[in-house]
Design a protein around this ligand. Structure first.
Ligand code: BGC
Length: 723
């Protein structure tokens, strides 16, 4: 095995990278850019290991998209990973370890809520701790790198992949991006309990037209910079090790061929030093998009654009050498790409601990601390949408409940559609959660397949807990819906049970936020639970019984109907809403307002916010002021409120959203208690990407306010002076 500076862990990473690079042949360099499939080993072990010996592939993907939702059938084999790694480090010329990547999106054996649910917690600290537990578990089974967080801003809930997204707001998404990067990677790289993170899908994939997966996107430059790119910029600043280029065409340039976005913006303007991996075959897809005639041309476009590593297709392996020889591609780009990948491997500490101790998993997977964290995050991720006459928490006087619907006893479905390692038998169902939490009460159920049996059982109870929602097979990648509605039959079931005159509690476990006219009409309470992971039933029982309170807030607007899409809170102001005032309607047969707005969510108590004030009414563009107010829990129960800070820039060089979230704080208070909340306002909160095509604060008046959802009034005015 070759020794040298690159093996010396005490040397700066840049020196180690340069030293290793200087020893590599061109073939070895090109090898680092390739990622092969897990199944290639199973098909032909000896040919695969020969390739590893020759240094042919820098990375191996331990996931297949088709496995998403398969419920653990694709479990990892640490011995097999170690065998391959030993060949790489002991038998290849330079001993460069292989980087193992897997989709560990929001859980491993302990499964946490899906990102679309955990975003509702508005609690980035808790999300960070949860994802660090996920990293500890996945790394104990040999994973080095996760393809998470997904940071696609979404405005169309028909798109099945909304379940992976932190929602419609760039600020909330940016906070979740930083939490995820720190959670997965740790505050420092290199711990063997962490994972390298990958921000995806760069960029704009969430705008798939019609909500159809993989479809064309058409974000304008203004929207791209103000809405789509900020979470990626936040991830880059937080030091995310990698990003993934998306599948989508963006206004005529498929993003996997966009030099402007990757080589120029990410690597140039942001000076980010991570590496970019293609999405699954997204370089191959450049042929399908019609911007490359063959694999050589696709390679040239993708590599020129700045994709450093290719996932699965083998185009780089077969074409980069020839493209450099022909002078179409500078050899310096190859060195740059390889250096970025090597840097990630050094950061991950792979040269120091390439293999995984097979005994680690036993003491790490489903560690009680992880399970407790999962209960907490699941609890905080639920959003209470409706609570007529304080139907929740369930009154202590009630003794007999009918727990019904497709989710009453479901397990696998709570794990969501992008889960490879969660085990259905380790999921607590809602029925089990309730029975364990309240053994003194009676919970009866019925076979959900027979609605008449459900009605019959409901009649025997004092209260109905109806557990509805989409299964994990109805959302996720390549699974969109044309109509925003619960799966067939569920609306009728809600209506049938609602007609009995009992208190009806609807618990919706859909991975996205769907309107339900029947629940609006008949339910006493609607609790959106989402996909909460292994501890779903425990967390839902806590909230229903009042052992914990709900505090989640919607990370995405719920429209009244499919026809309202796209409907999001940070819409631009519309000229005619001012000129027409009352005459502006939007639709003839539908209200313009959403069913539930962004940032909305009830608790079990009430809060007030008093004395909102600024420390000064003016500031210079590079100055700072403080916004403060007093939050009081005015109810009789403990609770948590998310104080949200919104701004509006009413006159600017380009049109601006009617309001934008620029800060939030989740505050827990005992009954009667008060707390002063403060928000610091600097250029970061006021700047935007305007007519001069860069981020700046434009002097003038801003309107500001604090509140409990995106309809918060903006009573304060701040004047920003030119500096
Ligand atoms: C998805 C990615 C995922 C990759 C690898 C693709 O189809 O778009 O999000 O990370 O597969 O599994």
């Amino acid at each position: 095995m070759i020794t040298g500076v690159f093996r010396d862990a005490s040397r700066p990473l840049a020196e180690r990278v340069a030293d290793l690079l200087s020893r590599m042949t061109r073939e070895e360099k090109i090898g680092q850019l390739g990622q092969v499939r897990m199944s290639d080993y199973e098909k032909n072990r000896s040919a695969y290991l020969d390739g590893v010996r020759a240094g042919k592939w820098g990375s191996r993907i331990l996931a297949e998209t088709a496995w998403a939702g398969d419920g653990g059938a694709s479990a990892l084999k640490v011995e097999q990973l170690n065998e391959i790694q030993r060949v790489a480090v002991e038998e290849s010329r330079l001993g460069i370890p292989i980087l193992y990547g897997r989709d560990v999106i929001y859980g491993h054996r302990t499964v946490f809520p899906i990102p679309h649910s955990y975003a509702a917690s508005f609690n980035p600290d808790l999300v960070q701790r949860a994802l660090s537990a996920v990293a500890a578990e996945a790394s104990s089974e040999g994973v080095h790198w996760t393809f998470s967080p997904m940071l696609d801003l979404v405005r169309d809930p028909r798109w099945g992949r909304v379940i992976e997204s932190p929602g419609e707001d760039p600020y909330l998404s940016s906070r979740m991006a930083v939490a995820a990067v720190r959670g997965f990677q740790g505050e420092q790289f290199g711990g063997d309990k962490s994972l390298l993170a990958c921000a995806k899908h760069f960029a704009g994939y969430g705008g798939a037209e019609g909500g159809r997966d993989y479809d064309t996107t058409e974000w304008t430059d203004n929207t791209l910079h103000n809405m789509i790119l900020p979470p990626f910029r936040a991830a880059a600043k937080a030091g995310v090790a990698s990003m993934m280029a998306g599948f989508n065409d963006l206004g005529g340039t498929p993003v996997s061929s966009s030099r402007a976005l990757m080589r120029d913006w990410l690597k140039g303007e942001l000076d980010w030093n991570g590496f970019i991996v293609s999405d699954w075959g997204s370089i191959f897809d450049l042929i399908g998009h019609g911007v490359a005639g063959d694999e050589r041309a696709a390679t040239l476009r993708a590599f020129t654009a700045g994709i450093d590593m290719e996932m699965i297709a083998g185009f780089y392996e077969r074409n980069i050498g020839a493209l450099i020889d022909s002078g179409e591609m500078p050899a310096t780009w190859l060195d740059d790409a390889v250096s970025r990948i090597l840097l990630a491997k050094f950061r991950a500490g792979l040269f120091e601990h390439p293999c995984t101790d097979p005994s680690r998993a036993a003491t790490t997977l489903r560690h009680p601390d992880h399970v407790a964290l999962a209960v907490e995050l699941a609890t905080q991720s639920m959003v209470l949408l409706k609570n007529k006459n304080n139907s929740l928490p369930l009154a202590p006087t009630l003794k007999k409940f009918a727990v019904l619907g497709p989710y009453a006893e479901a397990r696998r479905e709570h794990l969501g559609s992008w889960c490879l390692d969660g085990r259905p038998n380790e999921v607590t169902s809602i029925l089990d959660g309730l029975r364990t939490a309240a053994p003194e009460k009676e919970f009866i159920t019925a076979n959900a397949a027979f609605s008449d049996a459900c009605v019959d059982v409901a009649r025997q109870a004092e209260c109905v807990i109806l557990c509805v929602g989409e299964s994990h097979l109805r959302n996720g990648e390549n699974k969109s819906i044309a109509e925003l509605a619960l799966p067939p039959g569920q609306e009728q079931l809600i209506a049938a049970l609602g007609g009995l005159g009992l208190s009806l509690i609807v618990v919706d476990c859909s991975g996205r936020y769907l309107p339900s006219p029947a629940a609006e009409a008949h339910a006493s309470a609607i609790l959106h639970a989402g996909c909460l992971g292994t501890e779903a039933g425990t967390a839902i029982a806590r909230v229903l019984l009042g052992h914990a309170y709900p505090s989640g807030k919607l990370p995405m607007t719920i429209p009244r109907s499919t026809g309202q899409i796209p409907l999001y809170y940070n819409r631009k102001t519309v000229g005619k809403t001012v000129t027409f005032v009352d005459r502006y309607r939007g639709y003839e047969e539908q209200l313009l307002t959403p069913l539930y707005r962004f940032g909305y969510g009830l608790g079990y108590t009430t809060f007030t916010l008093a004395n909102q004030q600024l420390s000064a009414a003016t500031m210079s563009a590079d100055g700072a002021v403080t916004l403060r107010a007093t939050l009081t829990n005015t109810g009789a129960r403990a609770g948590a409120e998310v104080v949200q800070f919104y701004i509006c820039d009413p006159v600017a060089s380009t049109s601006r959203p009617g309001r934008e979230l620029k800060g939030f704080q989740r505050v827990e208070l005992a009954p009667g208690a008060s707390r002063v909340v403060t928000f610091k306002i600097t250029a970061a909160e006021l700047e935007f990407y305007g007519a001069r095509f860069h981020w700046e604060v434009e002097p003038g008046e801003f309107r500001l306010g604090l509140g409990f959802d995106s309809a918060a009034p903006l009573p304060l005015t701040l004047t920003v002076m030119a500096s």
